[in-house]
Design a protein around this ligand. Structure first.
Ligand SMILES: [Zn+2]
Length: 159
């Protein structure tokens, strides 16, 4: 789950999907904002044996996740019992959830003419089948059925 782009800020502790494959996760801290990517500082750690990296890297926002082992004040949750309890507290979970970037799913609509499912705004199918403005039709039907019908209606009025 990536972070809401507007929530990324300097100093935030993040987990980085370093290679974009979901397997090579590094932990680091946001340095500042560039136009598109975020420079992240990955601290020196004894990770050479497992191929760890350190230094500064420019990472696209969709590869960043919130590091859940830090509080909203930037305090590291160490391995003691109190911190463990805090990590599962409603306060901390709510804080983490507020960073979750849910992909916006467009609602699926049903075309009122061909009954096919589509996403997006759709089109006003009037005057076909006496449908109302609230009925929506797909782009294909709009081109193939609705628009020609409207032209015919106009012709009728002219003639
Ligand atoms: Zn249709």
């Amino acid at each position: 789950m990536s972070i809401k782009p507007e929530k990324i800020k300097p100093g935030l502790h993040v987990c980085i999907d370093f290679k974009g494959n979901g397997y090579f996760i590094e932990r680091g801290k946001v340095i500042r904002k560039l136009r598109k990517n975020w420079p992240i500082h990955i601290p020196d750690r004894d990770l050479n044996s497992i191929g760890g990296v350190n230094g500064q890297y420019s990472i696209p926002p969709n590869r960043l996740m919130l590091d859940l082992t830090f509080t909203k004040d930037g305090r590291a949750l160490m391995a003691n019992r109190e911190d463990h309890n805090y990590m599962w507290s409603k306060e901390h979970i709510d804080y983490c959830k507020s960073y979750d970037h849910e992909e916006k799913k467009e609602p699926v609509k049903t075309c009122s003419i061909c009954k096919k499912k589509f996403v997006g705004l759709g089109n006003n199918p009037q005057p076909v089948k006496n449908l109302s403005v609230d009925d929506r039709c797909c782009d294909d039907c709009n081109k193939a059925v609705v628009i020609p019908r409207r032209f015919r209606e106009v012709d009728k009025e002219i003639n």
